[in-house]
Design a protein around this ligand. Structure first.
Ligand code: SF4
Ligand code: SF4
Length: 396
């Protein structure tokens, strides 16, 4: 099985954006002329470097690639007309004002899906189960437990700090819980695949001895499949997701379990805003017992902060039709009536700031991003005006 991240065709890069991005030094960059090499042993597939490969990034990186291993698997199943069960990840779910998920459901049904469910529907159930597990384990005397819903964190702990593995939560992640549900609804022999923002779960699935998921696709890989199959999402009719009798509208995030543990006298450490490098240092410190105090209670680390911020999401933002972004801006600020061309300026600025931050967070959902926008943009008055209005709406 191929490692999820590969480096090739990297040469003479003028701006090696990858240079300082890897939190574990798995990516070594020599030059100039710049050339990167990857050590698969040191890489925990966090996907930070995969954020550089957006086709229209200012200095488009040609060297980093998401392995096509899982894409090839799924392509083969489609060719063989295998029954598929598809789990739609939280990436676009949180932005459903922009993208019509029901058309994605239609696309998968055309590609052979018997079952199409949303992972997010299981999030509430999984949260409840994790809360229960945390209480039981701490009561039995275990000093601390670590949330393991984030695939990158799971890879990091299992590969770099195996002694800490026993502290990982054992309850199924939201993805695995959804996969078991999808499998139970589908005929035997059905292939189960996850479509989401996460490159890390490709490795989790390949390394697990009995993963309920057979392949993990990023949104950009899904777009590739649609293009190859001649499917134009915007032209498809809508179709329903399978109803699994559960509903939750919140994507898994760092701190969501911690908030449920408040009031029951359990210490929680939420690492939602840690950079990848800070996260690695934090685990180094736990491992080497260098923290001022031994950790206790519940540790809640998510490498991307929220599940909809994963590296495989960029295509969704990129492919998000300008009209969709415009309609979001109009909806958010109903009083804002743009003059011709003004929305183009806003849209480009949002995109450029995303690139500058090296993070493909959804601007519409990210308060700090909007705050930055309001503070930093002085070029076009209309942008400041819109950013200010966005900020006041989001901070309500
Ligand atoms: S996926 Fe993460 S750990 Fe692997 S090379 Fe890229 S940045 Fe480094
Ligand atoms: S991996 Fe990408 S950013 Fe890094 S040197 Fe190669 S082409 Fe440039």
């Amino acid at each position: 099985m191929a490692h999820p991240i590969e480096v090739y065709q990297c040469a003479n890069c003028k701006f090696p954006q990858c240079k300082d991005i890897c939190p574990t030094d798995a990516l070594a960059v020599d030059g100039p002329p710049w050339r990167a090499t990857l050590s698969a042993q040191e890489c925990f597939a966090c996907g930070q470097c995969a954020r550089l490969i957006s086709p229209d990034a200012p200095h488009h990186c040609t060297g980093i690639h998401v392995s096509e291993d899982h894409l090839k698997r799924v392509t083969e199943w489609i060719k063989q007309r295998r029954d598929l069960a598809v789990i739609i990840g939280p990436g676009l779910e949180s932005c459903s004002d922009w993208v019509d998920l029901s058309r994605i459901s239609t696309a998968w049904r055309r590609l052979g899906a018997i079952v199409v469910i949303r992972a997010i529907d299981l999030a509430g159930h999984v949260r409840t189960e994790i809360v229960r597990e945390v209480k039981v384990r701490l009561k039995k005397g275990e000093p601390f437990v670590i949330d393991s819903r984030c695939g990158a964190i799971r890879n990091l702990v299992e590969n770099f700090y195996p002694k800490l593995s026993s502290h990982l939560i054992k309850t199924d992640s939201t993805l695995f819980a959804a996969a078991r549900k999808a499998r139970s609804l589908a005929p035997e022999g059905c292939r189960v695949l996850f479509l989401g923002p996460c490159t890390a779960y490709k490795r989790v699935v390949d390394e697990a001895t009995s993963a309920p998921v057979d392949a993990v696709l990023t949104w950009s890989e899904f777009e590739t499949i649609c293009a190859r199959q001649g499917i134009t999402l915007s032209k498809l009719p809508q179709s329903e997701f399978d109803d699994i009798g559960m509903q939750c509208r919140e994507a898994p995030i760092a701190g969501d379990v911690a908030s449920e543990l408040r009031g029951v006298n359990i210490t929680t450490e939420v690492c939602g805003e840690y950079t990848p490098a800070q996260m690695v240092s934090y685990f180094d410190a736990i491992h080497l017992r260098e923290l001022p105090q031994e950790p206790s209670g519940f540790i809640s680390p998510f490498l991307c902060g929220d599940c909809y911020r994963g590296p495989g999401i960029y295509a969704a933002w990129r492919s998000c039709r300008k009209e969709d972004a415009f309609s979001w801006i109009r909806k958010t600020i109903p009083a804002y009536l743009p003059a011709d061309g003004e929305l183009d300026v806003v849209y480009e600025r949002l995109n450029n700031l995303e690139e500058a931050q090296g993070s493909m967070r959804y601007p519409a959902l990210c308060k700090e991003f909007i705050a930055d926008l309001a503070n930093t943009i002085t070029v076009a008055p209309v942008v400041s005006q819109v950013a200010g209005a966005l900020l006041s709406v989001l901070l309500l």
